[in-house]
Ligand binder design. Structure first.
Ligand code: HEM
Length: 200
């Protein structure tokens, strides 16, 4: 689950950098990059791994959570107040929210490419601009980006912990990196949607 999660953590900055091309007035760079991502054979293999990683990560997360609940049906009399435990308690809910967001997101974009919903797969630039001109979509996306940030923060440092990469000196550095990553990535996505919505 940690390896699948780390793979997803690598995907998001790439996705963000490509999406930042949406801020250009010229649709060409973004559409060309999206087309490259959709057609280059190596990227297509990466895409299959990505979707598999997503499914494994989500299914395993739900399985572990159910096992946790079944193992301890009655709560502890006194709760653990450590900050790590605070965030980990909500992982199943923030994770399921991201999953629901992805279903919506796939209907908005990815399924167009697969021919499952109407739209022009060669012009994702216009698809994004049409989508983010609707205020309701912005509110939903922004809310989901915030939940994504919460999920990413715990996901980042706990993946290292799961892989046994705890270290007296490096763990605090990983923690700071997790904090920066979980703020910068969702803020970057939010910036794109708000910029299109408010300034275009
Ligand atoms: C401003 C925000 C975002 C925009 C404009 C956007 C745009 C897009 C577009 C245009 C595609 C279709 C690309 C293609 O099929 O060629 C896509 C696919 C995808 N997006 Fe996003 N996205 C955004 C945020 C996110 C976030 C936050 C996540 C993850 C939580 C995400 C996960 C994915 C995944 C997994 C795919 C399918 C894989 C792929 O096509 O490479 N996206 N997105």
């Amino acid at each position: 689950m940690a390896l699948a999660g780390l793979f997803l953590l690598l995907f998001l900055p790439v996705h963000l950098i490509i999406n930042l091309m949406l801020l250009s007035n010229d649709p060409e760079p973004f559409n060309r990059a999206a087309h490259f991502m959709a057609s280059f054979p190596l990227v297509k293999i990466f895409e299959i791994i990505l979707i598999l990683a997503l499914l494994v990560h989500a299914a395993w997360g739900v399985y572990i959570q159910i096992c946790n609940w079944l193992a301890r049906p009655t709560a502890y009399a006194s709760g653990n107040k450590a900050p790590t435990v605070f965030f980990s308690k909500f992982m199943i809910w923030t994770g399921l929210s991201v999953l629901i967001f992805l279903v919506l997101h796939f209907f908005n974009f990815y399924f167009i490419r697969l021919g499952l919903v109407p739209g022009d797969p060669k012009d994702f630039y216009s698809v994004a601009y049409t989508l983010f001109s609707v205020p309701a979509y912005n509110y939903i996306y922004l809310f989901c980006f915030a939940l994504l940030g919460l999920h990413l923060y715990h996901a980042f440092y706990s993946a290292f912990q799961t892989l046994g990469l705890n270290h007296r000196i490096w763990s605090p550095v990983v923690n700071i990196a997790a904090l920066i990553y979980s703020i910068v990535i969702p803020l970057g996505f939010a910036f794109i949607s708000v910029a299109i919505w408010q300034f275009r």
